[in-house]
Design a protein around this ligand. Sequence first.
Ligand SMILES: [Zn+2]
Length: 135
Amino acid sequence: MKHEVPYRCGHTGTRIIKGDESAQKKWLDTLAAQDCPMCWLKAQPVEFSGDRNNRVTVHRGYPIKEELKARGYRWQRPLWSIKFRSSEGVASELVWAANQGYRVQWPESLPPDLLSRGAEIASARPGWMIVGPSK
Ligand SMILES: [Zn+2]
């Protein structure tokens, strides 16, 4: 049955809830105790990751989409991405992102000197992660 859900964040949304009346009521109460899907999405951490093709992609970039556009990122569902000419471009973009406080995945496919730079920053900033070669 269709319900108007009054979410915790103050937004409302239409949801179809199945089951008997008490099950519907229970699920409705559960949903009402949560943020709406868009607010939930906005609260997820923005994450930048670089790959071996000199591309930086941004996961959950919706809250900063204007800034991403201004930096030359393009939206291609479900990600924002930008392509650099070199791995140095990737590295400096990731440094920028980390300095903004965003979570960053530093690809192991970068040249050793840039990798060691990433490792240096990672040790100084607990939010940083170094991950294996990305696709
Ligand atoms: Zn909301």
